[in-house]
Write a protein of this length. Sequence first.
Length: 284
Amino acid sequence: MKVGFIGLGAMGAGMARNVAKAGYLAAVYNRTTAIAQTLAAELGVAVYDQPEALAATVDVVLLCVSADADVLAVVKAIATTIKPGAVVVDMSTVSSATAKQAAAILAEKQAAFLDAPVSGGVEGAKNGTLAMMVGGDSNVLERVRPVLATMATRIVHIGATGSGQATKAVNQIMCAGINQAVTEALAFAQAQGLPMGKVIDVISGGAAGNWFLDHRGKTMTNGSFAPGFKLALHHKDLRICQSMAAQTATSMPLTDMTVTAYEQLMADGFGDEDISALYRLKKP
Ligand code: NAP
């Protein structure tokens, strides 16, 4: 099975390295070509300067780009050259509607599509320990599972096309709430004059312990907000969640509050920082 990887950003680069380590990766493409050339040289794989050229040569295309319009632009491009029977696995976080549109475009070319968004951050991408939620044909998933297993330790088939992205929306809503809770609690601790390292260590081992506290607690309280997960990307995800919730009249005050706070931070020039930059608005 020859695999190509499109989108070598904070997530994609680590994921592509793990696919390469297992011997599946044949080719890479990145919009900013220099990034693809450097990684291709490191991994000893082919590099293409157009996604169409990559798609013509592989059996599986893995995709991890930014937002809905980017996924659709890439899918439309690769649909012009993709081999019948090939599989496209999109690991970007986008809407269920985009996943369905991408699947329909590829179906016209007899190519399969799985929406397979991931959770676990850049650390999970680097270590191959992501959680992956998959929508689409379960038989297609079984065909490509060995490739996906190089990037994710937990791969769960949720249901039809779009259901992976709907599950990721659930994850993003939860992350918004956790971000609110952790940044607020740690700002309170700092205002109390507590020793932050000790506070984070002891709380991590108890009922309030969580991934975000473990991975971002110490950095945020030291005023470091390097991504990680870019705040502007989480904002994009939460806007998707809001529009999905509106269709079923579901109220999501925590999500709404987080969107408003992120918009303030983005207006202040912090959109490329990690989502833990929410701490900026909480600290006294
Ligand atoms: P990132 O570092 O900003 O990388 C985005 C990648 O997409 C870059 O390689 C970029 O190319 C490429 N790209 C964007 N628009 C494109 C287009 N129109 N055509 C071709 N390539 C395009 O973002 P990331 O953190 O890796 O996130 C990627 C996706 O994973 C997003 O959907 C995000 O929501 C999701 N995600 C992120 C995390 C996280 O913790 N970071 C966790 C789970 C899921 P250039 O190099 O040319 O800009």
